[in-house]
Structure formats: C-alpha cells, structure tokens
Design a protein around this ligand. Structure first.
Ligand code: IDP
Ligand code: MG
Length: 162
C-alpha cells in the first residue's frame, strides 16, 4: 500500500491552465473548470486577474518573433484571465488533449477548443505544453503560497490508491 502511494505521489504533476479573456467574457468558466474537475484532476490554485501587457509578453516570450505576438499580448491583457493550476497524473499532456489543437478549426469535437471556439486568435484557453513550461508558467503566475496542497477525498477513488 505504501509503495502504491509513493508511486502515485511520484507521478503527480502540475500544469498551468488559463481561461483567456474571450472565455471569461463568454461565460465559459464553469464549463471549462467542470471538464478538468470531472476528469479527476485537482485544483490547487485559482485567481481572476487582468495581466498587464508586459506580463502577457513574459508569458508568451517564446512567440516574440511571430507576427501575431503583439496582437496576442494586447488580447491577453484586454480583460480578466482565470489563472489556475491543476494537479494529477499526466495532467500536463492530457490537459492539452482536453484543450484540443491550437486552431479550433483543427481541434476535435469533444475538446474545449473544438466545442467552444471557432478561430485561432480567440481559442479560449491556454495550457502548458510540457513539464519545463509548466514549472515556469506556474512560477510566473503564482506565488508559492498561493498553491494549496491538500488531499482530495476523491483521490483514492480516482487513482485506486489507499
Ligand atoms: P497553444 O496555445 O496551443 O500552445 P501556441 O502555438 O503556443 O499555441 O500559440 C499561443 C497562442 O497564440 C495560441 O493559443 C493562439 O491564441 C495564438 N496564436 C497561435 N497561432 C496564431 C495565429 O496564427 N494567429 C493568431 N494567433 C495565433
Ligand atoms: Mg503554447
């Protein structure tokens, strides 16, 4: 049993997920949070903030050479963003699956962008694309004390560990 618990703990990951201003304005917060929650992932941080343009530029620094960079940063800083950290086994990769392809016209039905978005410039949601990015993005958006460590009652049922 102890071994199971240790193996489970070792597999735990955290990812940064943000509902962009279009998702917030369209009233999609509960719909999106629901998809992560019912999957079995655990919410460990959440806040509604309007990022500055400079902050948006930091968040998207990898894309600064792209032609849409300026418009993207204007958009991200144009209104409230719901910033979250979700925890679970494989949540970084599977979170991206729940989100769907970058362009909603190429996202599968059943994914967040596939079901709820139409164009790439308004694709509703952001999710970290790998373990390093997740670490950096969580550190950019949250203070360590804002991350809440707790045992969820559902965990033993989601993972089958005691
Ligand atoms: P991702 O959000 O699926 O990880 P990235 O390639 O990292 O996709 O791009 C970040 C964000 O930049 C996208 O979510 C989207 O909002 C925006 N974006 C990406 N490609 C384009 C484009 O061709 N035109 C306009 N916006 C784009
Ligand atoms: Mg990306």
């Amino acid at each position: 049993m102890l071994q199971d618990q240790e193996a489970h703990a070792a597999e735990m990951e955290r990812t940064f997920i943000a509902i962009k201003p279009d998702g917030v304005q369209r009233g999609l917060i509960s719909e999106i949070v629901n998809r992560f929650e019912r999957k079995g992932y655990k919410l460990v941080a959440i806040k509604l903030i309007v990022p500055s343009k400079g902050f948006a530029e930091k968040h998207y620094h990898d894309l600064k050479e792209r032609p849409f960079f300026n418009g993207l940063c204007d958009f991200l800083s144009s209104g409230p963003v719901l910033a979250m950290v979700w925890e679970g086994e494989g949540v970084i990769k599977y979170g991206r699956k729940l989100i769907g392809a970058t362009d909603p016209q190429k996202s599968e039905p059943g994914t967040i962008r596939g079901d709820l978005g139409v164009v790439v410039g308004r694709n509703i949601i952001h999710g970290s694309d790998g373990p390093e990015t997740a670490k950096d993005e969580i550190a950019l958006w949250f203070e360590p004390k804002e991350l809440v460590s707790y045992t969820s009652n559902a965990e033993k049922w989601v993972y089958g560990v005691n």
